[in-house]
Design a protein around this ligand. Structure first.
Ligand code: NAD
Length: 281
């Protein structure tokens, strides 16, 4: 079984991106800039943002974090986004989710200029992705896609099952696999026989949030299994896939932690650089 090493893949991607940033700097005399807006003092969000800033600096991006207290008015955030939209030194804008209840998430997402939407959540990017046009792609499914392609460069005709239909993970993942000519089944909490669906799959991507949902006898021999889940349990962090059981059957599997997680941030950097490149054309 191939243990898909997300840490290594992310480090390789960051090294490529660092070179690309250096080339862009010498060509355009400027570097891509990422601005993150962080609202409130939720610890996981603070940790994510700190890691994003560290990685951005590592590859040579200009990086900035704008912090607001939980009590900030929606209007203040929307005005700041408008200011960043027209700031030429800002290539990518990310508003760290979740937001406090009094702030309308969708309004915030739609306020970001789609050409600077490094999360790929703006309806224009969602539409472009599903129409097969160039777009920003949400970072976690993009990371999963790059890991799958490392194992199997030609996905044409493969059967893929995506478990979970969130806008963040399941739906964009489905679009990426469709683009590669996979036959994709998207499953969710109302799916009748999830085990039977998974048993058909050459590729399984699990993004559910239920510890160890996907069991060993759900997985066809030689399937590629990507585990997006991050679940806190009494036994530590586990994924949505039962690692010990599935590793006996699968051809390749991502561990949790150390699989999809590290790729997510690397893909955010990639998206920022891609936004910059599109803005220079
Ligand atoms: P979500 O709660 O938005 O969506 C979960 C999806 O799972 C829903 O579509 C739901 O229909 C489906 N579902 C629920 N119960 C099910 C069941 N019994 N069978 C089949 N499908 C079922 O979750 P999300 O934001 O997509 O996150 C999913 C997991 O991925 C979470 O554990 C989250 O922490 C993790 N995550 C990891 C990363 C990363 O970088 N690795 C990034 C984002 C999210």
């Amino acid at each position: 079984m191939i243990l898909i090493d997300g840490k290594k893949a992310a480090a390789e991607l960051r090294a490529e991106l660092k070179e690309e940033v250096a080339e862009l700097k010498s060509k355009h005399n400027k570097v891509p800039g990422l601005t993150v807006i962080l609202i409130g003092d939720l610890t996981p969000s603070q940790i994510y943002v700190r890691n994003k800033e560290k990685s951005a600096n590592e590859v040579g991006l200009k990086s900035e974090v704008i912090k607001y207290p939980d009590s900030v008015e929606e209007k203040t955030v929307l005005e700041k986004i408008q200011e960043l939209n027209s700031d030429e030194t800002v290539s990518g804008i990310l508003v760290q989710l979740p937001l406090p209840k009094h702030i309308d998430k969708q309004k915030v997402i739609e306020a970001i200029d789609p050409s600077k939407d490094v999360d790929g959540f703006h309806p224009m990017n969602v539409g472009n992705l599903s129409s097969g046009y160039e777009s920003s792609i949400p970072c976690t499914p993009l990371g999963c896609y790059l890991l799958i392609k490392k194992i199997e460069p030609n996905l044409s005709g493969k059967k893929a099952v995506v478990v979970g239909r969130s806008n963040l993970n399941g739906k964009p993942m489905t679009q990426l696999l469709l683009k590669e000519n996979c036959t994709v089944t998207i499953t969710h909490s109302k799916t009748k026989d999830l085990k039977a669906e998974c048993l058909e799959a050459d590729i399984i991507v699990a993004a559910v949030g239920i510890p160890e949902l996907v069991r060993g006898d759900w997985v066809k021999k030689d399937a590629i299994v990507i585990d997006v889940g991050i679940n806190k349990t009494d036994n530590g962090i586990v994924g949505d896939v039962h690692f010990d059981e599935v590793s006996k059957n699968a051809r390749a599997l991502t561990p949790v932690p150390g699989g999809v997680g590290p790729m997510t941030i690397a893909c955010l950097l990639k998206n920022t650089i891609d936004c910059f490149k599109r803005s220079q054309i």
